[in-house]
Ligand binder design. Structure first.
Ligand code: F0G
Length: 458
């Protein structure tokens, strides 16, 4: 008999989960203004809101916490992290930040000014937020295939080189301070970017003299997909692939809360000293001194260890295998999901799931609320609420895709939990014809509104 797949770790510490009734959940979600972010976590049974900062640290990471050096300047923890970043990514210079968006804030403060154009592959919402906050524009150059959820394409995160070159041709070099490639591309469904595409983006960028930065939150998952799907990489280690990926970038921003499996942390990596120098000023202003930048020594230690663990093949096989396990259950039942399965999440195509709900009534949010009521499972809307209003016209932006993201925390849930999630979604699917009305906004913030929006049932 062929031996079945099994997780590459065992469990040393557990945390209890609270069950609730449908009646309770119906009441709680109403009190929360139909915003899943407003629910306290004890009202959630299985929390798939995000894979960010929600992973389980290993015994080795916890041991590293005890070895943290909390010196203000020159802490050993800083040098440990610097060495890990150099070894894993190849970047010589780095600045610690408290999380990914802080890295964006610091880097963009040194690079982006009003009226600038920043092309990339479906920028993440905080990235876009930091661009638009500076009155600059993010231009989405993702390949069209990414927006067809059923199309099987191995690298739906790829940048469309024609779209990119069109942007670089249209605007003067001074207006394009950088290109941002997000690996894996969260907003298009946790989809990877191929090595070939990264190489080609760099070639085009060099032709126009524009630097390339990677938004690298899930760089290791991207590398794992390259190993599995791209010709010529089958026999390379994940770390070799990671090194090659970053060799086509001038720098990176990192939310360490994802692939480095820590609960808080981030950094910026730089190839060029002048970029590091320019950003350093803002790091000291916004984050902290250069050798800690918003992180404690113990957290830098755990992060350094997490970078090694997050780029191990066995870990990634377990991790991405679990996401695919959930994906397959849903696909087999005919639930419309983004295909191929993403690295960190399954994305349910809410427009296809709930064809009777109007786009003005926030389709993916409606599905998220129904799933919560059904089983106490919390996902997150990646749709019209997240897309915010057009900063120029003030109108709702209706993205091509209305998705409900079910993000799987790293090393946290078992496949029994995945079975429970699948059953909850299937139950909502079986009663989808009865779901006709969505929600309307009663209160919203001008930017990143999905975090605080309050809704009312239509
Ligand atoms: N870039 C990407 C691709 C992300 O997915 C995130 C965060 C960030 C940057 C910002 O990093 O949260 O550390 O400030 N994504 C989380 C998510 C919030 O749920 O997908 P952060």
């Amino acid at each position: 008999m062929e031996l079945p797949f099994a997780e590459s770790y065992k469990i040393k510490m557990v945390e209890s989960l609270k069950r609730s009734t449908r009646q309770e959940r119906t009441k709680w979600i109403k009190e929360a203004g139909f915003n899943l972010f407003n629910l306290s976590s004890d009202k959630v049974f299985i929390d798939l809101l995000t894979d960010s900062g929600t992973g389980a640290m290993s015994d080795k990471q916890w041991s590293e916490m005890m070895l943290g050096d909390e010196s203000y300047a020159g802490a050993s923890s800083f040098f440990k992290l610097k060495a890990a970043i150099k070894e894993i990514t190849g970047f010589e210079y780095f600045l610690p930040t408290h999380q990914g968006r802080a890295a964006e804030n610091v880097l963009f403060s040194s690079k982006i000014k009003e009226g600038d154009i920043i092309p990339g592959n479906s920028h993440f919402d905080t990235t876009k937020g930091h661009i638009e906050f500076r009155k600059a524009h993010a231009v989405d150059c993702t390949i069209d295939e990414a927006f067809n959820t059923t199309l099987d394409h191995p690298f739906k995160g790829n940048v469309d080189l024609n779209k990119l070159e069109e942007v670089l041709k249209t605007y003067p070099k001074e207006k394009i301070p950088l290109i941002i490639v997000t690996v894996t591309c969260n907003s298009s469904g946790g989809q990877p970017v191929s090595m070939e595409n990264m190489r080609d983006v760099k070639k085009v960028a060099d032709k126009y003299g524009i630097p390339v930065f990677y938004d690298s939150a899930r760089f290791a998952e991207n590398a794992y997909f390259i190993k599995l799907r791209e010709k010529g990489y089958e026999d390379k280690t994940v770390r070799e692939i990671v090194r090659e990926m970053f060799s086509y970038a001038d720098g990176m921003t990192m939310s360490s809360k994802k692939d480095a499996i820590v609960n808080m942390g981030g950094f910026i990596g730089f190839r060029h000293e002048e970029d590091y120098d320019a950003a350093s000023v803002f790091n000291i202003l916004f984050e902290g001194y250069l050798s800690y930048g918003g992180m404690s020594g113990r957290d830098m230690n755990a992060l350094a260890q997490g970078l090694y663990e997050g780029t191990e093949f066995d870990y990634l096989e377990t991790r991405i295998g679990q996401v695919a396990y959930l994906g397959k259950k849903l696909k087999d039942y005919g639930i419309p999901i983004q295909y191929p399965y993403g690295g960190h999440a399954i994305f349910v195509d809410a427009k296809k799931f709930l064809p009777n709900v109007a786009k003005e009534e926030y389709i993916a949010q409606t599905l998220g609320i129904e799933l919560y009521i059904e089983g106490g499972v919390r996902g997150v809307e990646i749709g019209t609420l997240l897309a915010d209003r057009d900063p120029d016209t003030g109108e709702n932006r209706y993205p091509d895709l209305e998705l409900l993201r079910l993000a799987i925390p790293r090393r946290v849930y078992t496949n029994n939990h995945m079975d429970y999630v699948a059953a909850s979604i299937i139950n909502v699917f079986d009663r989808r014809d009865k779901i006709k009305n969505g929600y309307k906004i009663v209160k919203e913030a001008p930017i990143l509104r999905h975090f605080t929006v309050k809704l009312e049932k239509v």
